[in-house]
Design a protein around this ligand. Sequence first.
Ligand SMILES: CC(C)Oc1ccc(CN(CCC(N)=O)C(=O)c2cnn(Cc3ccccc3)c2-c2ccc3sccc3c2)cc1
Length: 252
Amino acid sequence: MRNFFRSRRRTERAEVSLLQDNLPRHIAIIMDGNGRWARRRGLPRVAGHHAGMKKVREVIRACDDLGIPCLTLYAFSTENWKRPEGEVEFLMRLPEEFFRTEIDELVERGVQVRFIGDTSRLPSHTQETVRKTLERTEGNQGMTVIFALNYGGRAEVVNAAKAFAEEVASGLASPGALTEERFASYLATDGVPDPDLVIRTSGEIRLSNFLIWQAAYAELYFSDVLWPDFSREILHRAIEDYQGRMRRFGGL
Ligand SMILES: CC(C)Oc1ccc(CN(CCC(N)=O)C(=O)c2cnn(Cc3ccccc3)c2-c2ccc3sccc3c2)cc1
């Protein structure tokens, strides 16, 4: 058994060594902690969101460089209506800045961007950014990056159940034909493998209604760092921890 591990190729990195042949196929991240990060520095909350957005770029690059096929990002935030007025306006403008500064590199890297969640309640200019991002990256063959916007796992399951019920009502399906496999095809993540690793920052140990169907078997990794302090090194540590767990139970 020891030879088996020793012979496996390793990517030596300063902090951790990652096994190239046991990388997660899909990593999902609950990006939490922007507000606290700003408050600890005596900065306005929007500074935390702006710093958080820069980390989105860094984590996409880090996953793409490792060859992670799929990354889902959940901009975890308490409901918008609890936020001060100016903050919501700022948040709705942030995607345009991200699009303007990042889209060319994403296209260059062959990244395909997808969105899950209810984008209908976003302001029209933000919806326009979503549409342009989809247009610029559809059909790309590289890594898939999914942004969960205004997303709720239970709402997603209810929508899938409704879609199947409608097919039964219109005689296209019979209740007996429903399987877990078929049900998953009605979810927004249809065609995407389930996340192997879910990471959440800021020390909160909760799933918060995120990918509740898809993450049924995912390894969960909780980091105390606040999202704007997330880094390539912390990502690597999470993946190394994941690989350590797979080694313990992966054998049989
Ligand atoms: C991919 C990009 C071109 O398109 C879009 C991106 C997002 C949205 C929806 N959105 C912003 C509007 C809203 N719902 O408040 C959020 O989900 C939201 C809520 N908090 N934060 C701050 C935050 C930033 C970073 C990490 C956590 C939270 C964000 C936010 C704002 C700008 C960016 S850029 C990449 C991610 C991201 C997230 C619409 C279109």
